[in-house]
Design a binder for this molecule. Structure first.
Ligand code: KG4
Length: 357
């Protein structure tokens, strides 16, 4: 009852012009525990605690990830509130990642957010992780010029778990017009890096090695998938067999060629990503193009995108590096727009693991 009254008061306040909207965002979909505070669309804090425990296994171990989230969530939220310089009572709503992601990890953030909302008697907002990656483009920062994309725009969302082309009609109206039918681009980077003996996550290592390698040295299989969809599992298998065959002839093949292997692999992934993006831009006649997700940190992808944008007269939007990786600021900004639209969740909400937008 008390919660209902507080909720009703909040709804009335929402209509007031001078309401300050302060959102606590919680992200726990994979192996980063993150909390952020966004006030009226502007970032006040964004704390991310990574999990080194997975490095020894060459990939994220779901059971270990959820345990680490349990340990990290309270200190991370505490730090986010302190760094924002606000008190807990000033938070208008708590937004959390509902999915997609690892279920055990999502449960930690979801349960925490529910408990926080209930105890503070504030609304709860569920956020789709993928929409969060897209809306990271709308995070405003003090003292930084703000030039967000104009609707409608296309967003190439490339992360460890997803590769999609999204038609973004509005903050809360998005349509997936192309997506991977198997592995994601980040997965291709990470899995190929693993067979080369590089640490997890391999994407940034491939990026670094590729800088001094020859991208034309080796040729790898490019998928033939109809429409705007992607596929990366064939490339991974092709890369694995290519290494296996060459290692038979020369046991030092990887060591002697790691820069060229990285550059050639990276070029193949970028070519695949860009060919479908160009097609999507042509079909939709949209020239506002954005990129989001962890793989958008890739320097080769950024450069190629810029060259392609100049050639095709696209206006290109790339989020700041810290907002491309998993973080709670992107969840809080999505929560902010959902708050404005009065889209609240109830205490019965449960996480989902599979991709949906
Ligand atoms: O968005 P993100 O932090 O997590 C997911 O939501 O999946 O993306 C993580 C992915 C990993 O696969 C990682 O290897 C990749 O982003 N990544 C990169 C680079 N930095 C991160 N891939 C290629 N080049 C990079 N510089």
């Amino acid at each position: 009852m008390k919660l209902l009254i507080k909720f009703a008061i909040n709804q009335i306040l929402l209509m007031g012009e001078n309401e300050v909207i302060t959102i606590l965002g919680i992200e726990s979909s994979c192996d980063d525990t993150s909390a952020a505070i966004i006030r009226d669309g502007k970032i006040l804090s964004n704390i991310v605690a990574g999990q080194k425990v997975h490095e020894a296994y060459g990939g994220v171990v779901p059971e270990l990830a959820s345990r680490a989230h349990q340990q990290n969530i309270i200190p991370v939220v505490d730090q986010a509130i302190k760094q924002a310089g606000i008190s807990k009572n000033e938070i208008s709503a708590v937004a959390f990642t509902r999915g997609p992601g690892l279920l055990g990890s999502l449960l930690v953030g979801t349960s925490f957010a529910k408990g926080f909302a209930l105890a503070s008697q504030i609304p709860l907002i569920e956020v789709n992780h993928l929409a969060g990656h897209v809306l990271a483009l709308f995070i405003r920062e003090n003292g930084v010029e703000f030039h967000p994309p104009k609707f409608p725009f296309l967003c190439l969302l490339v992360s460890g778990g997803n590769s999609q082309i999204i038609l973004v009609n509005d903050y809360l109206r998005m349509e997936v017009i192309g997506q991977t039918i198997d592995d994601a681009a980040g997965e291709a980077f990470d899995k190929c890096a693993k067979v080369m003996g590089l640490p997890y996550p391999g994407g940034p290592h491939i990026d670094k090695l590729a800088k001094t390698g020859n991208p034309e040295k080796f040729e790898f299989a490019k998928p033939r998938v109809p429409g705007l969809d992607y596929s990366f599992s064939g490339l991974k298998t092709n890369f694995l067999y290519f290494l296996r065959d060459n290692l038979k002839l020369n046991p030092d093949f990887i060591d002697e060629n790691k820069e060229d292997l990285s550059a050639s692999l990276q070029k193949t992934i970028i070519d695949v990503l860009l060919s479908k993006l160009k097609r999507a831009a042509k079909e939709t006649k949209i020239r506002e193009i954005a990129v989001a997700g962890g793989v958008s940190a890739n320097s080769g992808l950024r450069t190629t995108l810029q060259v392609t944008a100049d050639k095709n007269r696209w206006k290109l939007y790339i989020p700041k590096f810290e907002f491309t990786m998993d973080n709670a600021a992107m969840i809080a900004i999505t929560g902010y727009y959902k708050y404005l639209n009065k889209e609240f969740a109830n205490q019965k909400v449960v996480p989902f693991s599979k991709t949906q937008i």
